[in-house]
Write a protein that binds this ligand. Structure first.
Ligand code: ATP
Ligand code: MG
Length: 429
């Protein structure tokens, strides 16, 4: 991709409406634009990151045995009246009336829709367990939308729903999701701390929130340093041990009762990026999601629901990975892998080298953004730092005379001069 022909509206000034760094950087780096309060358009660079985050989530859900579906964003009010949540949900629900005066709503979540699908499709215990997920826009009319995509009104969520015959199966589904979440966040470079949570209006008795740490987190978090040493990608993680590790929010933390020695107790501020619930038969009983059990009797299925804030994660990642110059994307979610800065567009040797490197990177499956704009070098360095690509390559006439280009790693700032061959080897190994 050539920057001169890309759509990347960078801002020089920090927009005054943005209070936290991720919101400021998302606007400055041309990732999003606000449409109305808490509602955003995703521009090309931001949308690429959103899709990468979404894809990691999708792969981990598929690996955990879940099946992807897509439910409607607009839902009928009737199913919410059946579950009893239509009145409870309050003002966060955007209520709509269609031309026939039917009550509809823009889905803030999908327990009712999925339960309705289930009860009309699955009749026997033999078809259990099931775990269905979607990645779909939600609308919640938050009183105070703020911090850009971190607390929007319209936001992208991955939500899945498990159906089991009994409590034991339901706990098993819950644990599978628990581990899948830790992996999902780890693949994006994030350590998520699972914290026991209240279940609130969704019902049930077992729930964890997954929080990643960043200075601007909305709530205080205390946790056992052991979380930092766990290899979340390992296949033999001990779920009971993980659940027993100390992790507490501000409200839950009691220094006197906390068993973690002071030198092993960590604290920080957390951003909630995921939330899982087991809520038993709350919806299946209310809505008649029954299956015939082995003994021929009808049983209400045990359910759980599991959310990940996909669009919030883009902001949360920036909160976790940035410096004074801009964003520092972890490689798995970076919009482009490599930024090629052509210091002298129009110079034959520079142009030829850029083109050659571009095609070699492309063949190796590396996504490259080329700064071929007619701009001062300083402006180009600032722009590439701001948008946070993991690797920067600087190509200029002086270096090329000696057969070298410069490589900079965004995260460490480390620079090396090397031959184009060595560069390709290093970044495509
Ligand atoms: P919060 O406590 O932050 O308001 P919640 O508990 O209401 O969130 P859930 O219903 O658990 O949210 O939704 C699952 C995930 O969706 C959350 O963990 C969060 O990452 C994300 N999410 C929830 N509300 C928003 C929002 N307004 N904007 C962006 N993401 C959100
Ligand atoms: Mg929550």
């Amino acid at each position: 991709m050539r920057l001169s022909r890309y759509f990347l509206p960078l801002l020089k000034e920090t927009p005054s409406e943005a209070q936290i760094v991720s919101h400021q950087l998302m606007l400055r780096a041309g990732l999003i634009r606000q449409s109305s309060a808490g509602i955003y358009s995703w521009l090309p660079l931001g949308y690429k990151v959103l899709r990468k985050v979404e894809q990691i989530v999708r792969e981990e859900m598929d690996a955990a045995g879940c099946h992807e579906v897509l439910m409607p964003s607009i839902q009928p009010a009737e199913i919410w009246q059946e579950s009893g949540r239509y009145d409870d949900y309050g003002k966060e629900m955007l209520r709509i009336t269609d031309r026939h005066d039917r009550a509809m709503l823009y889905g803030p979540t999908h327990e009712e829709v999925i339960t309705d699908i289930f009860r009309r499709s699955i009749k026997s215990y033999k078809d259990l367990p099931q775990n269905l997920y979607q990645i779909q826009w939600k609308f919640r009319d938050e009183v105070r939308p703020r911090f850009g995509v971190m607390r929007g009104r319209e936001f992208l969520m991955k939500d899945n729903y498990s159906f089991d015959l009994d409590r034991e199966g339901a706990i098993n589904s819950y644990n599978t999701m628990f581990l899948a979440y830790l992996k999902t966040f780890k693949r994006m470079g994030l350590t998520a701390i699972p914290m026991r949570a209240e279940t609130g209006p969704i019902g049930g008795d077992l729930s964890h929130e997954f929080q990643i740490l960043a200075e601007t987190g909305e709530s205080a978090a205390y946790y056992d340093a052991a979380f930092e040493d766990i290899d979340f990608m390992a296949d033999d993680l001990d779920i009971d041990q993980l659940k027993s590790l100390y992790a507490a929010t501000d409200d839950q933390h009691d220094p006197a009762a906390c068993s973690v020695p002071a030198d092993r107790l960590r604290s920080g501020r957390g951003i909630e990026v995921g939330h899982i619930f087991n809520f038993g038969t709350k919806y299946s009983k209310a809505m008649g999601a029954l299956v015939t059990g082995p003994d021929g009797q009808d049983i209400a299925v045990e359910m759980g629901s599991y959310g990940i804030g996909v669009s919030r994660l883009v902001g949360a990642l920036i909160e976790a990975f940035h410096d004074d110059n801009g964003i520092i994307w972890p490689e798995p979610v970076a919009p482009f892998d490599v930024g090629l800065i052509n210091l002298r567009p129009g110079d034959e040797a520079c142009d030829a080298m850029v083109q050659d490197l571009e095609s070699k990177f492309r063949r190796a499956g590396r996504d490259v953004l080329i700064d071929d704009r007619d701009e001062r070098p300083g402006a180009k360095f600032a722009a590439i730092d701001l948008i946070g690509l993991p690797w920067q390559v600087v190509i200029g006439p002086r270096g090329l005379k000696d057969g070298i280009v410069e490589l900079k790693e965004r995260a460490t700032g480390e620079r090396v001069e090397l031959s184009p061959e060595a560069l390709i080897n290093r970044l495509t190994a």
